[in-house]
Design a protein around this ligand. Structure first.
Ligand SMILES: Cc1cc2nc3c(=O)[nH]c(=O)nc-3n(C[C@H](O)[C@H](O)[C@H](O)COP(=O)(O)OP(=O)(O)OC[C@H]3O[C@@H](n4cnc5c(N)ncnc54)[C@H](O)[C@@H]3O)c2cc1C
Ligand code: SF4
Length: 561
């Protein structure tokens, strides 16, 4: 595999307008990821003066290398635990230990730069499931203040403005417009999933992906390079905020994207209104950027951390936290994984991650007594070193010697992981709080994560693990095994920690993402989600951002902020 693959694409413009720190711009946006990129585009194209503060660098595809050590061991594109540590404990009774618990993209484009771009819409049930299911002890399971129908036009904006390839499945929720690009062709793993699903009476559909299947203006189509999950796309096929919405914001001439700008505090005045943000630049100099309003898009872990670190005399429990809800109801999505080895080479490592999905268990038979549901895909997203040193081989395999080497060579090309992606319940006890002692390299209190899966969810994960193994057997795997089902202690889906709702006593933002406590503060990212869907939350995070952008621009235009 070559170290670099580059089409001759015109460079993306990084020269932005420059605002002075004491110039009170209309909006400061904290974070430039899935939601921050969309907010930047929506607010700047609506005519507002916008500064985007992003803690990480502004990269181009020239910086995206096929080097698994840089990506997975040296945090090339992601939060770096060595300078931004966090602690973890399962319950509030346990002692929190310093151990990696979160992974997200750190740089312009945020986590969309290196994610795997599975773009499932939520369905009607995801917005009203709590009232259909009834109360569940130990959870804050709640309905959303908006419906699928209200969000549908904005899902369509994501399809067309960010770039999603797919074809509607009969079980899809209603859509107002077709996909802008045809689906990607099936991989060998996709064909096997189709065959296995058919044997179980299910159907495998082309996976909707935020990956260009045909060239787009200034962007290439996917060349199936094979290092997708975790890696940046060298041909701009992956529809990251970096190559889709941020260039549109920059082209307005009204949006300044300021990379290497780490926001440490949101400041407020005596009236309780936001006045701007304090941040560190690349040299660790502290700067105060004035703003008429602030939009926080720092993700479901960093957003509550920033709000809690922004406490003041007027907001002693953290900004926008009179309810005490900031940081609570953390959701990861869950799931169950089984693995199978096939007789013939499958070469699942080639190309994008997953080309086909099975949604027959999106909603479960109530007779099962389970809550939630999910979908399956076949993938093989283990790089060679991960496969050799991690859990890619069957559990009874030798870990050294001749037989170990033989198995590595034989199984790498023949193994498939069947992922069951599921819902997980929002629990008030699963939280992001500030660690009382651990600080990052800038001296800012670190994230302390408290997380334990609900017993109901663990039963759901086991059910999906079993069905994942059924699928692999039905596809003809000669050997199958399950990954153990245990409570999660690490996640890449960081959701629900500033949930939206109509009641200021039980939620942080209203249904337009305005903080209940602070009229000129908006929170738009994974933290806004009330429930987490069945995996793949980013399509919904961006649909919410398009909706928020439209409403916030309306408020600003009418002088209602
Ligand atoms: C390996 C991987 C694969 C994934 N695959 C999928 C997938 O296939 N489908 C799917 O739906 N989801 C996937 N996800 C999850 C998805 O990427 C996230 O859900 C999504 O990007 C979250 O969007 P966001 O806007 O909340 O935050 P992010 O996209 O994480 O953006 C937050 C931004 O804020 C910046 N920031 C944070 N704090 C500060 C601060 N204090 N000052 C300045 N800037 C700050 C960060 O650097 C980052 O750029 C994946 C995630 C990972 C890690
Ligand atoms: S598989 Fe396709 S979308 Fe993914 S990084 Fe490679 S070229 Fe880009």
């Amino acid at each position: 595999m070559p170290d670099h693959v580059h089409l001759s694409l015109p460079p993306l413009d990084q020269s932005t307008v420059q605002y002075a720190p004491d110039d009170a711009v209309d909006f400061v946006i904290v974070g430039s990821g899935a939601a921050g990129g969309v907010m930047a585009k929506e607010l700047s194209t609506a005519g507002f003066r916008v500064v985007v503060l992003e803690q990480g660098p502004w990269r181009t595809e020239k910086d995206f290398v096929h080097d698994e050590l840089k990506i997975w061991n040296e945090a090339w594109l992601t939060n770096d635990f060595r300078v931004s540590p966090n602690t973890f404990r399962a319950t509030a009774h346990d002692k929190a230990r310093v151990q990696p618990a979160i992974l997200y993209g750190r740089g312009v484009g945020g986590t969309t730069v290196h994610f795997s771009a599975n773009y499932w819409r939520f369905r009607e049930i995801d917005f009203v499931e709590a009232s259909r299911t009834g109360a569940i002890a130990g959870t804050g399971f709640a309905d959303w203040p908006i419906t699928y129908q209200e969000l549908e036009p904005y899902y369509t904006k994501v399809d067309w403005e960010v770039g999603v390839a797919g074809v509607p499945a009969p079980s899809d929720p209603p859509r107002s417009k077709p996909y802008p690009m045809p689906p990607h062709p099936p991989k060998s793993t996709g064909v096997l999933l189709e065959q296995g699903a058919a044997k179980l009476g299910w159907t495998a559909h082309p996976a909707p992906l935020a990956i260009a299947s045909t060239p787009l203006p200034g962007r290439g189509a996917c060349i199936q390079c094979g290092l997708c999950l975790g890696f940046g796309c060298e041909v701009r096929a992956k529809s990251s905020s970096l190559v889709s919405v941020i260039p549109v914001a920059v082209a307005t001439g009204r949006c300044e994207v300021r990379p290497d700008s780490y926001v440490r505090k949101i400041e407020t005045d005596t009236a309780g209104r936001v006045t701007g943000v304090k941040y560190f630049d690349a040299r660790k100099a502290e700067i105060f950027q004035r703003a008429k309003a602030v939009v926080v898009c720092a993700n479901g872990a960093e957003t509550p951390r920033l709000l809690l670190n922004s406490k003041s005399q007027r907001f002693p429990h953290g900004l926008a936290n009179s309810s005490g809800v900031v940081g609570t109801h953390l959701m990861f999505n869950g799931g169950g994984t089984s693995l199978g080895v096939f007789e013939h080479e499958v070469n699942g490592f080639k190309g994008l991650v997953a080309s086909r999905v099975v949604w027959d268990l999106y909603e479960l038979d109530p007779a099962l007594g389970l809550v939630g549901g999910g979908g399956f895909d076949y993938r093989f997203d283990l790089t060679p070193i991960q496969f050799a040193t991690g859990d890619g081989l069957p559990p009874d395999s030798p870990r050294w010697g001749r037989e170990y080497k033989r198995l590595l060579a034989h199984n790498y090309t023949r193994t498939i992981e069947c992922y069951g992606h599921t819902s997980s319940l929002p629990m008030p006890t699963n939280t992001i709080t500030l660690d009382p002692t651990v600080k990052d390299a800038w001296g800012i209190p670190a994230i302390r994560m408290t997380y334990q899966d609900h017993p109901q969810d663990l039963r759901l994960y086991k059910y999906f693990t079993d069905r994942a193994e059924d699928l692999l057997k039905a596809s003809g795997a000669v050997r199958t095994w399950q990954r153990p089902v245990e409570s999660q202690a690490f996640s890449v889906h960081l959701l629900g920690t500033c949930r939206m709702g109509n009641d200021p006593a039980t939620s942080v933002v209203d249904k337009f993402h305005r903080a209940h406590d602070v009229p000129n503060l908006f929170i738009v990212d994974g933290s806004s989600l009330v429930t987490c869907g069945r995996g793949q939350p980013t399509m919904t995070i961006q649909a919410l951002a398009f909706r928020a952008g439209e409403h916030v621009a309306g408020f600003a235009g009418r002088g209602e902020i």
